[in-house]
Design a protein around this ligand. Sequence first.
Ligand code: PMV
Length: 322
Amino acid sequence: MVTAFAPGKCILFGEHAVVYGEPAVAVSIDAGVEVTITESNKWILEGMPFEPSRHPHISHIINDIFQYRGNPLKIDIRSSLFSAAGLGSSAALSNSMGAALHQFTKPNEPLDLISLAKIGHSAEANAQQGRASPTDTATSALGGCIVVSGQKVRGTRHVFDATLETPEGSRSWSVCEATLPEIEDTWIVLGFTGIGSPTGKMVEGVSELIGKEPKKMDEIRAIGNITSSGLDSLSAGDMEGVGSAMNSCHERLRNLRVSCPELENLISAVESHSLGAKLTGAGGGGCMVSLTRHPKRVAECIEIAGGMPLVSKLGSGGARIL
Ligand code: PMV
């Protein structure tokens, strides 16, 4: 029996602008997905017969990547992430499955996290008709703080380049790591609105808005600048600076019309106890994130306002065998 874990992620800065080549900064979170694999006499997933067509991420990893031809497997999944909430739950599932199958088939070979990030990205792309940025899978595999951009970003270490043939043509990204200082007294608290985040629709909405109002490209460029200064503050351990960059980023995202009343409600509920707060991920539902020194109070405020809270340190470890 083998069990692996891969964390979810939270985008601190740069969502939507990353689609236009600006950098995005994401941190891994404490919650994630655990996959347990046991040899069995039948293929079983979550106690039911395994139907590959219903689980494209898992079947792509088993059949196309590992080309596994061994005995049937019983696969069990435990997730502590909200799903369809912009926390990278499908990337965490792919990475956790990839890590578990690696350990199962090659127990003497150490797990290479960069290869795992590429496996996860391939599974995501395969399941999403060729459209997937490497942000979620890289952050989940490597852990810590990941910066994804059209080019290498100042003050970061280049880890690998990802390319993908999408229906809109070839896309490529530089995946870099930023060093996080010791952050003892500050947490992030995610607040799920309970509404699934429709990433594709939101990305399309921004593209249509820019088509109609080209001036909105200023918002994209402004998010790029805010992301760079937020990253500088984060690397220097200046949490007040990170919080104010988060607030500015949210204003720009609002101008791109990707916020919604439910996100605004949770953000205003936590404002007085937060260093900064913004939507995280695609918007239109999904989650907001607060940066705070009072995580319990913020979690309570989110619950009272009708949301579901999740408290995490910033940038815990990446994928691992348990
Ligand atoms: O829904 P999420 O958390 O995966 O965020 C999507 C981030 C976007 O910038 C909106 C889209 C993208 O592909 O980067």
